[in-house]
Design a protein around this ligand. Sequence first.
Ligand SMILES: Nc1ncnc2[nH]cnc12
Ligand SMILES: [Zn+2]
Length: 334
Amino acid sequence: MQDFLKRLPKAELHLHIEGSLEPELMFALAERNGVELPYASVEEVRAAYEFEDLQSFLDLYYQGMSVLHSADDFFDLAMDYFRRAHAEGVVHVELSFDPQAHLARGIELDVQMEGLGRARRQAERELGISTALIMSFLRDRPAAEAMRVFEQAAPYWETIDAVGLDSAERGHPPSKFSEVFARARELGIPRVAHAGEEGPAAYIREALDLLDVCRIDHGVRCLEDPALVERLREQCIPLTVCPLSNVRLKVVEHIEEHPLPELLASGLVLTLNSDDPAYFGGGVLDNYLACHRAFAWSTDIFASLARNAIEVAFMSDERRRALLTELQVVESEW
Ligand SMILES: Nc1ncnc2[nH]cnc12
Ligand SMILES: [Zn+2]
């Protein structure tokens, strides 16, 4: 099974590129940029990754990304991740990034976009990985700031595949960002949003009704509202589920208690993703393997999860056809 899961062509739809910053690279970039870290060693960083909830993780996540200064730093961050993902059989990565978190530290959007853009092109050329870029807005900061940043990003709208919504969920409902997302819609830019990770099922409804999103990131708390589950099923709204993240952020206590089996039984379109692989104990393959250990699913179920991700990804029809064929080959050879 391990071999099968590795060979499956996996598309990752929910990945914060800043959350892929491994402690080794964090130290290297801190030295490159003269940033002082509150840790003496890589081991000490890893030992600090004990989270009580989403906010306790976000505190370290924002601190960690303070080592990113130049376009080369963003390039190294993304390339480092693309190489690891490639080794796990990931063929398509949709990376989210948090422009406001970097702008607030004085790192210009041009710097962020240059580094990430260069890494995307190199990954496509050297690793054969296709990529999409999701510009995420921080829901715990003012909506007016998100709007300013989005307008400032006008020169890059063509290279942005979607806008997203992330950071501290509780107390920051999707409705706060109605205008920003309406602007994205007006421009023809697709929309996704974190909802129902720590926040209530009502936030998922809001994301659908007010932000007109085509996917929900996490969404696991939809199960608290059976009518909503039925709506998600009927409208085929995909959930980008991140099981290891949910365990590490105590959305669930143990992976065995994760609602994935119930979500599956409800007929929802599900995908498996890593969220913040450097902080939560592994990449996409580790998430597939964790589900294998916890739920002993058949190869058919894993193949259908991988197929869902390819089917709902932001990619060209030609690329989608090629990856679906690749998936079929792996399935038939197994
Ligand atoms: N799991 C998560 N939820 C919300 N915002 C995030 N930013 C990075 N990871 C996140
Ligand atoms: Zn996330």
